[in-house]
Design a protein around this ligand. Sequence first.
Ligand SMILES: *Cc1c(COP(=O)(O)O)cnc(C)c1O
Length: 402
Amino acid sequence: MIDFHALAEKFETPLYVYDFDYMASQFEALKEAFRGRKSLLAYAVKANSNLSVVRHFAKMGSGADCVSIGEVRRALMCGVPKYRIIFSGVGKRDEEIVEAIDADILYINVESEAELMRVETIAASKNKVARISVRVNPNIDPQTHPYISTGLHANKFGVDLESAKRMYIRAKNAPSLEPVGIHFHIGSQLTQLSPIRESAEIVADLVRSLAALKIELKFFDIGGGLGVRYKEEQTIAPYEYAQAILSTLTGLDMTVVCEPGRFLTANAGYFLTKVLYEKRNGDKRFVVVDGAMNDLIRPSLYNAYHHVNALGKTGEASAADIVGPVCESGDFLAKSYPLPMMAHNDLLVLESAGAYGFGMGSNYNTRGRSAEVALERGEARLIRRRESYEEIIANEKEFLEL
Ligand SMILES: *Cc1c(COP(=O)(O)O)cnc(C)c1O
């Protein structure tokens, strides 16, 4: 049992709390599922990029899947070895490509023919060889929320099979490129196995046809996307997941690379917020809290559900919208949520807040971002200070003309 009251007292609210032991057990469960096969788990840093979180996974032998050079720097800083770092993302600036090549990471995931040409040109100008993989868009509907679906041609991610083939042929013939991997990532919060299996089959077939052209790839990168339970979702067991992938790889000797984000961190996280007051507009009941969409945007952005625990409160529950102070009607943490009568300073704990929570935060309404706390073996420690007003205005202050 986590003593949320004590944490709220000590670190104040709004506050993110992460159970590091839970993160470790999720990591081990997935690692175990791929046991006996060559595999690399590369934590998707964007899910929760706090340095202490990245370091926690690095210590367990994790790699890092990064979607900006900033994330690559975080991974290196936290001790992830360069040969376990992957740089993905649909758009990369030249400076980012230069730095990734200089850092000698495992490979750059390329998402378009135009990008392949940039990487080729940049590597050639430096007299270096860039290791690459191509992100294939298998045009499979992942059956998840449209905002987190990435594996359809209607999404901006990856390239179709024909383009991928052309890109590999080009890469093979380019002295400054070395194709080493193939990648797909069809979406996030996946709860159905069949789209994953179908995608893996399509991509594995492409690997075989490339092998016939003497293009031998080492890394079969299946992206992330494993769903978690927020409410009542059916989830995919790591073992079933691994078996589905491995079953498509018969006859291929490849290292499976998996890039889990949400699976490792979502249910390790709690968002703590205090009640400011109750209010009614006509028949409608609102519970106004000190946390807001700038702290946790998932409800506003995806209509995401987070289980809310009104700690220690009893009494008859009735539906309330839990809303923050931000000046947007879209600023809510829950809609029509059954809650007992709440009073000033009561604590609400939103569960499953460890992925895409803090990292999507902003300073909207000049609100400092929350503090973050790690729980490990019964000990709580601060891993990020609450952002101050001075920090928010730091980059503007010098330009103020009075
Ligand atoms: C976001 C992302 C991931 C992680 O997705 P989860 O759903 O959090 O597991 C993995 N790989 C790539 C390329 C991504 O963009």
